[in-house]
Design a protein around this ligand. Structure first.
Ligand SMILES: [Zn+2]
Length: 261
């Protein structure tokens, strides 16, 4: 009797463990983009914990130490020196969004398409602007312009100040993967409304936050996500930051515009 109950308990544990993996069609996010804009660069979620929620995503690392690429379950850290590192899974992230990427739509991208043309094509193929979408583009790029951000020390400056000095990387004839999310307009304050894309080269030597590109040939994959899960940092920094004001003007300068060269 007792033994039977124990076996049942073990089976239940295994069943629960099996279900504890990433959920389908779900964005899992830690912290908010406004907290990052305000200089909350110290997170409390480890990469190992983040990866339990998805095999695909973007974000940044503790102290704003580079751009995050999570692709096929592997983290890549594109630092401000332009090189790509493999981060320690026990390291933490102050801001990231991930999902278990299983695309519903796959389509070819016409040769010569630039970033705007690719975004317009995805808007036509995946027209529901009120759901989250994960986007993956495998391609050969004629040009690729990215940036990264340098690690910061306390007291942390706002992201706008860091972005003013960010290094920009120009690549030519590079193949690789563009990945990221298209978020609905109502995600403002929480994530980046519209497209937010990162890049990693096929040889895993270069990458960053995408500013512009021109494709030679490419294939786009889109995963429509109708579930949004948020984990907020239980840190003193997050408790103290003022998130009452609209930071959309800051965001435009930091994530979207091409920097002045
Ligand atoms: Zn980015």
């Amino acid at each position: 009797m007792k033994r039977g109950r124990m076996v049942a308990g073990v089976v239940a544990c295994l069943w629960v463990a099996g279900c504890a993996g990433p959920s389908r069609n779900t964005v899992y996010q830690t912290s908010t983009i406004d907290a990052l804009l305000a200089g909350v660069y110290d997170g409390d979620l480890t990469l190992r914990q983040l990866r339990a929620r998805g095999d695909f995503g973007i974000g940044t690392y503790d102290n704003l130490d580079g751009e995050m690429v999570l692709l096929d379950g592997e983290f890549h850290q594109v630092k401000a020196d332009g090189k790509v590192y493999s981060p320690d899974l026990d390291g933490e992230t102050p801001f990231a969004a991930v999902c278990a990427f299983r695309p519903e739509k796959i389509f070819a991208v016409p040769s010569g398409a630039d970033m705007r043309a690719v975004e317009e094509l995805i808007d036509r193929e995946a027209p529901n602007q009120n759901l989250f979408h994960a986007i993956r583009i495998e391609g050969q790029f004629k040009t690729m312009r990215t940036r990264s951000v340098p690690a910061q020390k306390r007291p942390f400056p706002p992201l706008k100040e860091v972005a003013a000095t960010q290094p920009v990387f120009d690549m030519e004839n590079v193949s690789g993967t563009v990945l990221g999310f298209r978020c609905p307009p109502f995600a403002a304050g929480v994530n980046v409304p519209g497209y937010h894309l990162h890049f990693i080269s096929r040889d895993r030597a270069r990458g960053g936050h995408v500013l512009a590109f021109e494709l030679v040939t490419g294939t786009a994959q889109v995963d429509v996500l109708d579930r949004f899960v948020m984990q907020l940092p239980a840190t003193e920094d997050f408790a103290a930051v003022d998130l009452s004001r609209d930071r959309q003007p800051d965001l435009q300068g930091v994530e979207k515009d091409k920097p002045k060269r």
